[in-house]
Ligand binder design. Structure first.
Ligand SMILES: Cc1cc2nc3c(=O)[nH]c(=O)nc-3n(C[C@H](O)[C@H](O)[C@H](O)COP(=O)(O)OP(=O)(O)OC[C@H]3O[C@@H](n4cnc5c(N)ncnc54)[C@H](O)[C@@H]3O)c2cc1C
Length: 371
């Protein structure tokens, strides 16, 4: 049935990036088929920390700072739309977030970085530096840390509720998410783009490549490179506890259900998704220094997942130079950027042109001549 239908667009990859774009295309009236690979694939969308975060994003790359800020601002709209359409409650909370610093050096480096970010943004990005005493007033139980930075733009959400909400909304819009259907080739056939899978061929005039780490193998079909690499992150989850974390922190957040998520590492470990004791011990030790009461908490789950990292850590958005109507998208902040992907990037893809605010994200930025 999916093969016979005339789809307006195909999205390759059913992680958070692909689903957000497919949802956005569906809102604009484009019927959308999402093709996702196997359950044992690498899936950052199912193993992440759930922060909607602006603090520190793009201090060396102003277009990314603007993009993250605009997504954070659009997040309440995205959550409201998904709720209205599907009844999904995403547990979105955006009342600010903390980056806690253990030492004075960490704190002064952090403040310098955020000051630069604020200057890039002509003051639109706001933050406050808090010494330990000021921090203890808003976060009781804080340990012997140097202080923190707080920004009102930050928040958190349940990434699993988000995935389910997007999934349901796509089906409401007469789209379809087809699983266990890896794409192996992409070609142009007349005005259409054809993808090959073990279940046969599918065609549409628009295609978005959003296969996470799978983009690297598929991008050459579009005449692109997408030089991404995996970066491992490990996370631990406690039993459900009474409310004790008032604001999400970069490495600690309390979910709507009460468990505390503790994360996360940044490791070059290839495609290895095992969790390791030394890294877990380090993560736990930092968490206890920030919130000593956590030393009594029981850890009930832990996992590792792979980030989708570009050479400079910023998103890569491109239009194929070879196949008209084909785009490739990758990023390592798919939760934060879900609103921008659904409401802004999807419109550009619908219109067939990445707007001027997105040209800085092309992989052409890596084409630096040796001279
Ligand atoms: C530990 C950790 C913590 C994180 N914390 C945060 C956070 O707090 N906030 C935030 O904003 N981001 C966070 N992220 C990043 C976020 O999870 C990712 O940016 C986002 O999930 C990427 O989504 P994606 O759709 O690009 O990739 P994925 O979720 O990896 O999905 C890619 C999909 O493509 C499919 N696929 C692959 N190859 C093919 C193929 N050939 N054909 C069809 N389908 C294919 C796969 O099956 C998979 O489902 C974190 C990531 C990790 C690992």
């Amino acid at each position: 049935m999916e093969q016979q239908r005339n789809w307006d667009s195909i999205v390759v990859g059913g992680g958070l990036v692909g689903l957000a774009i497919a949802y956005g295309l569906g809102r604009l009236g484009r019927s959308c088929l999402v093709l996702d690979a196997g359950d044992l694939d690498f899936r950052a969308a199912r193993g992440n920390f759930g922060l909607v975060w602006v603090q520190g994003k793009g201090s060396g790359f102003p277009p990314y700072a603007d993009w993250s800020m605009s997504s954070s601002r659009s997040w309440p709209d995205l959550a409201a739309m998904l709720h209205e359409q599907t009844g999904a409650a995403l547990a979105l909370e955006q009342k600010g977030g903390l980056d806690v610093c253990l030492t004075e050096d960490e704190l002064s480096t952090r403040i310098a970085e955020l000051t630069t970010l604020s200057q890039h943004q002509n003051g639109r990005f706001q933050f406050q530096a808090l010494d330990r005493q000021a921090l203890a007033e808003i976060q009781p139980g804080i340990g012997e840390v140097a202080g923190a930075t707080w920004s009102p733009h930050d928040g958190h959400v349940s990434p699993l509720y988000l995935m389910r909400g997007l999934h349901d909304a796509i089906h409401h819009q007469s789209g379809y998410v087809k699983t266990s259907c890896p794409v192996t080739a992409i070609t142009q056939t007349g005005v259409d783009i054809q993808v090959t899978t073990p279940d046969g061929h599918f065609t549409a005039p628009r295609l978005v490549l959003a296969a996470g780490l799978g983009n690297r193998a598929l991008a050459p079909f579009l005449g692109l490179e997408q030089a991404i690499r995996p970066q491992r992150g490990q996370i631990m989850v406690t039993e459900k506890l009474p409310l004790q974390i008032r604001y999400p922190m970069v490495t600690l957040r309390q979910t709507a259900e009460g468990s505390i998520m503790i994360g996360d590492s940044h490791e070059d470990a290839g495609l290895d998704v095992s969790s390791t004791r030394p890294v877990m011990a380090e993560i736990a030790s930092r968490a206890q220094r920030i919130l000593p009461s956590l030393s009594d908490a029981k850890i009930i789950r832990s996992w590792a997942a792979l980030r989708v990292m570009s050479p400079d850590g910023y998103p890569i958005y491109d239009q194929s130079p070879n196949i008209a109507g084909a785009f490739a998208v990758t990023c390592h902040s798919g939760v934060t950027l879900a609103a921008a992907h659904a409401l802004d990037l999807a419109r550009c893809i619908h219109d067939g042109y990445l707007g001027p605010h997105l040209t800085a994200f092309s992989e052409r930025r890596f084409d630096v001549s040796p001279a």
